[in-house]
Ligand binder design. Structure first.
Ligand SMILES: *Cc1c(COP(=O)(O)O)cnc(C)c1O
Length: 397
């Protein structure tokens, strides 16, 4: 077969061809099955071929796929209503991705101050290890050199502070500060959690200083941690929040949520999106919420998370030469590795278990929220097989 490649080399995928998915499993063209604890990186919240999503998509195929936001979109109004009913928010702007939801969050924060006679308030304070997307503004917000290198001047207005450092934060706040931005749990950064106390302190600081609190819940939201949004575990609400990933269950849907007063300056003409919030995307977003908001769904997520956590803790105990700790909340989990995380990821894949990497040399597990006990057991078996192999290779060296 001719090997002419026409896509960018921005990814280096292994040589596997997935042809089918069902529940938490993927199947390749040789009939092998894989337990998928990467889930499109926390996107396939309801796994593969979920009957309600499939039915919704098929139903919408005969309807209107796309309408410009120049016309009313009833399913958009409904999804916004439901997201607001379940959160701090009063208003929603829909996007196609997490980075776009973040762009909207940043614009909303700045525009709020601009409309409140403080146009100088443009600076956004962030924490090292953050990840907010790959657009020019969101790589500046993330502040990670590896994503900024070679793309010209860093978009101004973002200040990256040491992780969880309240002193540095207080010193950095001044009359030009618009907002503090963070993921309640850093996903790409290595499943690093901010404490509830830290989040509450942030809220207090923001209230004192008249600055806005923005949560990036693109990865942590839509049931991932066992609450609809991770910050709901704590007694803290943001002013603005970005969501995406799990919200579309595999269809590109993002959302920026905000309080009424904060969203009010985003009037006609200040922002827009051609595709964001179109009827097809909204039908699927609503279908995901149908399932995630169902009575008992998140209870099961929490029960599965407890089983997972026990298993992962057992791995750390059994393989101290390979693993250092377990972290995360709900089904957003990580194990810090002592060998290159890429070695563990490859070994697990070879044993039919898909996991993702994350910063800080972490192996990240973000299975579909519909995993069941049997899946969790099978993940454990395959993980043990993979870790045994890596351990044996270590001792042979
Ligand atoms: C994935 C992610 C993004 C970016 O989302 P895209 O859909 O890839 O643009 C932003 N923030 C966080 C926390 C993420 O995990």
């Amino acid at each position: 077969m001719a090997q002419v490649k026409h896509t960018y080399d921005t990814y280096a995928p292994p040589d596997i061809e997935f042809v089918r998915g069902e529940g938490a499993r993927l199947f390749d063209n040789e009939g092998r099955d894989y337990l998928d604890c990467a889930a499109g990186i926390a996107v396939n919240s309801l796994g593969y071929a979920h009957p309600h999503l499939v039915e919704t998509l098929k139903g919408q195929a005969d309807g209107i796929w796309h309408l410009s936001n120049l016309y009313p979109i009833p399913a958009q109004k409904r999804l916004a209503e439901r997201l607001c009913a379940a959160t701090f928010a009063d208003r929603v702007f829909f996007t196609n991705s997490g980075a776009e939801a973040m762009e909207c969050a940043i614009k909303t924060a700045r525009r709020y101050h601009y409309s409140n006679d403080a146009p100088e308030r443009v600076k956004i304070l962030t924490f090292e290890g953050a990840f907010h997307g790959r657009t020019l503004a969101t790589i500046a917000a993330g502040g990670q050199e590896k994503y900024l290198e070679g793309f010209g001047e860093k978009t101004p207005g973002f200040i990256s502070l040491p992780f969880g450092d309240e002193k540095a934060l207080k010193a950095a706040v001044d009359g030009e500060t618009a907002a503090i931005l963070l993921e309640p749990i850093q996903g790409e950064g290595g499943i690093r959690e901010f404490s509830g106390q830290f989040l509450r302190d942030l809220r207090e600081l923001c209230d004192q200083e008249g600055i806005l609190l923005i949560f990036d819940e693109v990865q942590t939201g839509i049931g991932r941690t066992g609450k609809l949004f991770a910050h709901q575990w704590f007694d803290v609400e943001p002013d603005i929040m970005a969501s995406a990933k799990g919200l579309g269950g595999g269809f590109p849907v993002g959302a920026c949520l905000a309080r009424e007063e904060v969203a009010a300056p985003m009037v006609v003409g200040t922002h827009g999106s051609t595709f964001g919030g179109n009827p097809l995307a909204m039908a699927i977003g609503n279908a995901v919420l149908d399932v995630v908001l169902e009575d008992g769904f998140l209870d099961t997520v929490n029960a599965m998370a407890t089983l997972f956590k026990q298993n992962l803790a057992e791995m750390v105990d059994t393989y101290p030469e390979l693993l250092e700790d377990v972290r995360g909340n709900g089904l957003l989990m990580g194990m810090k590795a002592k060998v290159p995380n890429t070695d563990l990821i490859a070994a697990m894949r070879e044993h039919g278990l898909l996991v993702a990497g994350a910063g800080d040399n972490v192996v990240r597990l973000v299975p579909p929220l519909i995993v069941n006990e049997e899946d969790v057991r099978e993940v454990r078996n395959r993980m043990i097989a993979a870790l045994n192999e890596v351990k044996n290779n270590l001792t042979q060296e």
